[in-house]
Design a protein around this ligand. Structure first.
Ligand code: KIV
Ligand code: ZN
Length: 515
């Protein structure tokens, strides 16, 4: 059985999804969960792209010791030096160097001749080898690159010191058969290919990213790059959970497997969905809400008689079974702590105490507390403070079929001053948003609003996700509360707070640089 390495790029390519902008604390939370899932390589960001990315990669490299941490770098010395500064404290620092090799990218984007591109690639790999123990080289837009030229680039960078060669289908253009042929071609036409590990990186523009990745495995790739829930640029990247479960379920065919803890898949998917605000479609393979639901009578009858009639993946395999109702209002501190630990949460006594209080408050309003509720509590508790600029201390909404909906809101600003305002709207949510906009004193455009229940049951927590445009920046926000209006207000304020905190952070860093 071959072992396929999983290179997760949720925090780099995944974070490039339109409107997604995870803050530092959220990235760290995702990194911890990816470590628990058992990925082999974690691409934590693109250190030279921004100060925020640099800091996140540096901290993740310092704190996550269970896998190799990497960062993306263009083929120039400045990017390589910045990446080294960010990654050098990591357990197994790896550089992910790239340069485009397709005629279209070389001519229009890089404005370089093929010879200049090869030269840059070789020089960069040689330069990086002096610092990094492991270098991965990606030929961007490899799938629209002429094969003899691709083979030449690959041979040269391996000679220069690259140990991993990644073949990205940057624009999601190739078909599974063609992608397999690229790997076969390289194996047959690059004399030093056995000195490198081959890797696949697929985008999903034509819906073939997972099929292409699996085809690469059949044709010699030993590493697959992917993201949780398949998030990423445009239509996204190959989805990690689909690849991992396909290899597991069809071991008989692929004769290959990953080293992932598959029962951490659902939890990882839920966390990434919550933090990015990208809701997983119900019919998504492996992690969608309907992935294990049997609706038709014939199917239900079959499954009751013998599960394997219609079920090829057991929910337990990906960690769905742990999602049962477990705690309630009478659960004590000890039971709470034991259960949180069984879910894999490591926390200090202080954090556990704060969470227990939040749990008790929720248990007073909600009869049964499911694991999903506990996860929402942890997310709020751990990440809430990191996204608070204005804090909402009170919300009151008046609604009646014959009245004009009116919201009254009290906010606390970062200096601790209380602000209060009221406004109307054609509905309760609009009244809330009009009030908040008046308090913030800058126009906010609401681009998207979604609401979902965190669990089943009428007393379920409401989760609201919004996308806004505020001060010419797109921002996503989420809010969780038992009341849908409160969740709506929180989500909107959260999206605004993220922009304000980002501006504050840049301002502080500008001052530090000036000093
Ligand atoms: O899609 C792509 O080409 C990439 C590379 C930078 C690896 O993400
Ligand atoms: Zn990509």
């Amino acid at each position: 059985m071959r072992k396929i390495s999983i290179f997760d790029t949720t925090l780099r390519d995944g974070e490039q999804s339109a409107g997604v902008n995870l803050n530092f604390t959220e990235k760290l939370e995702v990194a911890r969960q990816l470590e628990r899932l058992g990925v082999d390589v974690m691409e934590a960001g693109f250190p030279a792209s921004s100060k925020g990315d640099f800091r996140a990669v540096q901290e993740i490299a310092k704190r996550i010791r269970g896998c190799s941490i990497t960062g993306l770098s263009r083929s120039n010395q400045k990017d390589i030096d910045t990446s080294w500064e960010a990654l050098k404290g990591g357990a197994e620092p790896r550089l992910h160097l790239f340069i485009a090799t397709s005629p279209i990218h070389m001519k229009y984007k890089l404005r370089k001749s093929p010879e200049e591109v090869i030269e840059s690639a070789i020089e960069s790999v040689k330069y990086a080898s002096k610092k990094f123990p492991i270098i991965q080289f990606s030929a961007e837009d490899a799938c629209r690159t002429e094969l003899p030229f691709l083979a030449k680039v690959v041979k040269e960078v391996i000679d220069a010191g690259a140990q991993v060669i990644n073949i990205p289908d940057t624009v999601g253009y190739i078909t599974p058969q063609e992608y397999g042929n690229v790997f076969t071609y390289l194996k047959e036409n690059v004399s030093n290919i056995d000195k490198a590990i081959l890797s696949a990186h697929c985008h999903d523009d034509l819906g073939m990213a997972v099929a292409n990745s699996l085809s690469a495995v059949e044709h010699g790739a030993d590493q697959l790059e992917c993201t949780i829930n398949g998030i990423g640029e445009r239509a996204g990247n190959a989805s990690l959970e689909e690849i991992a479960v396909a290899l597991h379920i069809r071991q008989d065919y692929y004769q290959a497997n990953t080293g992932l803890q598959l029962n951490e898949i659902m939890r990882t998917s839920t966390l990434v969905s919550k933090l990015t605000g990208m809701i997983v479609p119900a019919n998504k393979a492996v992690v969608g809400k309907n992935a294990f639901a049997h609706e038709s009578g014939i199917h239900q009858d079959g499954v009751l008689k013998e599960k394997s009639t219609y079920e090829i993946i057991s929910p337990e395999l990906v960690g769905v079974a742990s999602n049962s109702m477990v705690l309630g209002k009478h659960s004590g501190r000890h039971a709470f702590r034991t259960h949180m630990e069984s879910l894999g949460y490591e926390m200090s006594d202080e954090e556990m105490n704060r969470l227990f209080i939040a749990f008790k408050e929720l248990a007073d309003k909600k009869k049964e507390i499911a694991d999903d509720d506990l996860m929402a509590l942890v997310t709020e508790e751990r990440l809430g403070a990191a996204t608070t600029y204005y804090e909402m201390t009170a919300l009151q909404v008046q609604y009646g079929t014959n009245n004009i909906p009116t919201a009254t809101i009290t906010l606390k600003d970062p200096e601790g001053n209380e602000l209060q305002e009221a406004n109307t709207g054609s509905g309760s949510v609009e009244a809330i948003y009009n009030t908040l906009e008046r308090m913030i004193e800058s126009p906010v455009r609401l681009d998207d609003y979604r609401i979902q229940a965190n669990t089943g049951g009428r007393d379920a927590l409401a989760e609201v996700y919004v996308s806004v445009n505020f001060r010419n920046k797109s921002s996503r926000g989420r809010g969780t509360a038992q009341d849908v209006l409160e969740a709506s207000a929180k989500a909107y304020l959260n999206a605004i707070n993220r922009v304000l905190l980002q501006e504050q952070w840049h301002e502080e860093n500008r001052k530090v640089v000036k000093k």
